[in-house]
Design a protein around this ligand. Structure first.
Ligand SMILES: Cc1ncc(COP(=O)(O)O)c(C=O)c1O
Length: 508
């Protein structure tokens, strides 16, 4: 359908747009635009004359003669295509500038270089940056950035929330507003939310906070083999000071079976600590069932909710959860802010002593800006949860359907049903994980690897080993979709994945 815009104004717009693409302040003449459309050499000269004003001036004054008579639509298409090409070129150049050094390092001379097998030398004329590592971290989203900007550029709120000043009480009010927002996401009371400096800190506080109440008896704790290091290392530390810990095995999907928790419980069990969703393979644990087992036996249930918070509904009270951690940088808030839900009536031994902030459990002047950002990000994530879940499942199906055609022998780790919707962990047969990771990274696709590469530069993931994955035969890549991921991004990934796999496949 033709737009209602008068024909002339459409053409003027293209002349202005074309001028902008050349770095000019105004529009070019129709003759220049037509000449560029009709004569590739003239267009090329115009593009390379961007930093040579005299040459450009000459070209603009002397457009080559063409006898083409393009339609308006052809002109629009021409300018849009040029705009797209330049955008990709610019993105690619800036990407290479930022990452170039990393790729250019010589493995023989520099230990930071990746000495894995070489990457696939493919060309990507439609280059785009596709960030698919959202389980590692997320960028701060614009709505959250604007909360931060308002806070840091505003006149009020910089005060110390513990100070008896107007500025201080204003800051305290902002913090309690954010606390309420987080509490709403967990159907909790704001008094049950404690802010910490990261998700790892929240996990440490929860586990040590309970264990240290039992320092004379040194009881027993239960966890699983696939927990995040911020849980596993704490458990190992507690073992060194006399506690005993059971590390439960999971099923082949990475799920902890409620029955195994039941069987591991002892008379002196203090705490069961399990993750809501796994950071590598996305598997969701049966929290409700495990929570019920813990409630029936009067044992505290701590949940590392860091990958699940904002992605699946979490209602600690209904699920029998007493402690639940979350982290800002997994939900588009800044890094270095996290928190812990602590059920009313449960006391923890503080891990940071000081001025008694955060109900005395976590001292230190509050990181007000990041707390506000976390509150906003949590509220947004919870409001959009269902919509995003549906969108992620569509993206996931689109990717898996495409993958079946490219590499029918791939393995999907974890189950499709019990999984956070934005994650896929895929095993690719007969390729080196370093070569695959590097090939994808080079063309702008950020993902992470879970299996070792031939050089042993990175090790096999203990999570994959725990679920019995064949890390010798399969290179594992984690794909984590995010708010900005579009079908075009996945199509780009599929298009080049096919070429990469063909080039790096090891035929034995
Ligand atoms: C499951 C899980 N737990 C804990 C953490 C640690 O959180 P933070 O990076 O905020 O310390 C992460 C982060 O990767 C995680 O994925």
């Amino acid at each position: 359908m033709e737009s209602a815009m008068p024909a002339n104004s459409k053409l003027i717009n293209q002349k202005i747009k074309f001028g902008k693409l050349l770095g000019l302040k105004g529009a070019v003449s129709s003759e220049v635009l037509y000449a560029a459309k009709g004569n590739a050499e003239y267009l090329h000269n115009l593009m390379i004359s961007k930093n040579k004003p005299e040459f450009m001036h000459y070209l603009l004054k002397n457009p080559v003669q063409t006898n083409i008579n393009p339609t308006e639509q052809e002109i629009v298409n021409f300018v849009e295509e040029l705009e797209r090409k330049l955008f990709h070129q610019e993105q690619k150049q800036s990407y290479e500038r930022r990452y170039g050094i990393f790729f250019e390092l010589d493995p023989k001379k520099d230990s930071r270089a990746e000495p894995c097998k070489s990457w696939a030398p493919i060309k990507t004329p439609d280059f785009r940056e596709v960030y698919l590592d959202h389980n590692a971290t997320t960028p701060v989203r614009p709505e959250v950035a604007s909360v931060l900007l308002n806070y840091y550029s505003g006149k009020y709120g910089f005060g110390n929330p513990s100070s008896n000043t107007v500025q201080g009480s204003y800051a305290a009010a902002l913090v309690s507003e954010a606390r309420q927002r987080i509490a709403n996401c967990l159907a909790a009371s704001p008094r049950e939310i404690i802010f910490t400096g990261s998700g790892s800190e929240a996990n440490n506080l929860a586990i040590k906070g309970i264990a240290f109440k039992d320092l004379d008896k040194k009881g027993h704790l239960i966890t699983s083999k696939v927990e995040h290091p911020s849980v596993l290392r704490v458990m190992e530390y507690l073992e060194t000071i006399g506690f005993s810990v059971t590390y439960l095995a999971t099923d082949k999907y990475g799920q902890v079976l409620p029955n195994s928790v039941k069987q591991a419980i002892r008379k002196d069990t203090l705490l069961v600590s399990l993750m809501a969703a796994n950071n590598e393979i996305g598997t969701i644990n049966p929290l409700r069932e495990i929570g019920q087992i813990c409630r029936e036996r009067n044992i505290l249930f701590m949940v590392d909710g860091i990958q699940a918070f904002g992605k699946i509904p979490l209602n600690p009270k209904e699920m029998g959860i007493s402690l639940l951690s979350f982290s800002g940088h997994k939900i588009y808030a800044p890094k270095g802010i996290g928190g812990l839900y602590v059920e009313k009536g449960i006391s923890l031994i503080p891990q940071v002593h000081g001025g008694g902030q955060e109900s005395g459990i976590h001292s230190g002047t509050e990181n007000v800006g990041s707390i506000l950002a976390l509150g906003k990000a949590a509220e947004l994530a919870h409001g959009e949860m269902e919509k995003e879940r549906v969108r992620f499942l569509e993206l996931r199906s689109f990717f898996l359907d495409g993958l079946k055609e490219i590499e029918p022998c791939f393995i999907l780790y974890g189950s499709l049903e019990n999984r956070i919707p934005n994650n896929l962990s895929i095993g690719f047969p007969a390729v080196d994980s370093g070569a695959l990771l590097r090939s994808l990274n080079r063309i702008g696709i950020s993902v992470s690897a879970g299996s070792a590469c031939s050089s042993k530069k990175f090790k096999n993931s203990y999570v994959l080993e725990a679920i019995g994955a064949d890390t010798e035969k399969y290179a594992t890549i984690r794909f984590g979709f995010g708010l900005q991921t579009k079908e075009e991004d996945v199509a780009y990934l599929l298009k080049y994945l096919k070429q990469i796999l063909n080039l790096i496949k090891e035929t034995k």
